[in-house]
Design a binder for this molecule. Sequence first.
Ligand code: CA
Length: 652
Amino acid sequence: MGKLNIRQIDSEFYYDGNDLGAALVGEDKDRTVFKTWSPYATCVYLNLYLDGEGDNKVETLPMERLDKGVWYVELFRSCDGYFYTFSYEFENRYKNETIDIYAKACGVNGNRGAVVDFSTTDPEGWDSVERPKCANACDAVVYECHVRDFSADPSSGVVAEYRGKFKGFTQSRTRCGVSETCLDHLKELGITHVHLLPVADYATVDESKPKKAQYNWGYDPKNYNCLEGSYSTDPEDPKVRIREFKELVMTLHKNGIGVIMDVVYNHTYHTEESSFEKAFPGYYYRVREDGSFSNGSGCGNETASDHLMFRKFMIDSLKFWATEYKIDGFRFDLMALHDIETVNIIRDELNKLDPQLLMYGEGWTGGESPLSADKLAYKWNSYEFGRVGLFNDNIRDSVKGGTFNPYDMGFISGNRNTASVLRRGIAGSVPHRQLNDAAEACWAFEPTQAVNYCEAHDNNTLWDKLKISGSHFPESDLVKMDKLAAAIIILSQGMPFIQLGQDFLRSKPRILAEGEEPNGVNIYSHDSYNAPDFTNSIKWDRKNEYRHVFNYYKALIKLRRGSPLFRLSTKGDVENHLEFLDSGDWNFIVFKLENEHECYVVALNPYHEDRYFNLPWGIFYKRLDENGNVCCDDMSGYVCCPPLSASVFKRR
Ligand code: CA
């Protein structure tokens, strides 16, 4: 059809109705309405099926064209339980059959939509469970989990049929030896939110073969409003995954834990063959001058949030997840591919539902976008969307060393040139009277914008990175470095973010290819997106092995959640309550957090020897030692911080 005039389409055909897709209507839900938007189609047909795949078509019905390029057909019966597709005909020549981009449920492998009466999918008690409270992002402690990793391994203690599924989050009292696992582990650790790697339908795991060894993180989106079938105990029945995911949300909510979804609206796994391209060729993606698909995602295409009907699609989709599934927040993959205006509108729309819904994302892209860089939600434009969180790669790299060079060292492992950047991170990445350098690390509009982390699903785990870059240190030192990193991330201003298993030194061992020699780096996976369970799944016996590390993370989280001083939500509060103390050594970082009720002093010693400094006035005790314990002895004046550790003192 050639390159489209998007501006003209958006002004002539923008449709603001909230009824695209399939809906059961009428008091008894005894009618079914199908609507789809495709202004340049010459005909559109609805195809009804009995199943999610195979040769079982019931009928094909022509749809009627309404205003604004919307197509419509109404059936005077409930189609609950039926499957459907649309066929779009263009220039009366070619006809694309595809799943509805607005489908809220689907058959196995997401090739046909399913009509579902959602009121029949609620688990018992669904209406009575409320979302946990979270006043602002700094009150959250986020734990990033992949559904399969969480419980796939038998050591999870989860019953075999629930392992690796949504249901794996619903079983309580699971153990591995003396350690609590899965749901009980989340409660024991004390995190506030579980952030799930993509749970919307993705393309590359064959849901019809549940016994086959398959794995993917899920950044290969296929249907944005449907759940991934491989996490269901029955991918053939569209309602099962819906009910089981609601059980996951309800179980976590009952335990005071919120659920954040990782959403990947920036690209689709398929390009020419995607449902968007079939529904309206050329509209939903950004294209280059020559009409070819641009590739800002690095995955073959990039969607166009600046085209009004894709923007609307994103908003409708997010509102659906937040309301139907009571989701508590969203993490946007490659958020910088979305335009700033869209990101701000999404924040406004989420605020209308509930201002405490969290929203954060990656302030970078996977390639070059044709949209100009000043319009996109890059981290360097952070002030333009100050209410939306961004992953803090500055604190990450200052703590452990650059992510892309496995040998690079950070503050914890002996790099004496990262303390300036780190101080910025400790101060929530906002301006502070005592900090004059490392301006690049001062990017947050408020501390609520800074998502502080040193480990996520991407790249080596913190522990593997330490093993690679610190191979000349004894393992006992590497453990101390890991704990020091945790103290920095959890006691800095901003929102701490931890990867599942980081709290017991998660490792991602890699299976070497035939003939490949181990070299100290290649034995660890730095990109495990489709690696087997051997690499990815949580081996819960590790929690027994590194119990003392887990206890330390738990103590840090408890400390953070126990005082508002670790969760200052405005730059004014940071200015007023945070003060860096003079330790006599720029790399021995000591800071004080004080309000009218409490005073804490945190010392971070990256050296292999004891370091001493002077406490401010008053009598203190050690609120947190290097083992995570409280030591009640009175202390004042000149005090010691042990090697490679954080010490937290509290004034009596
Ligand atoms: Ca799928």
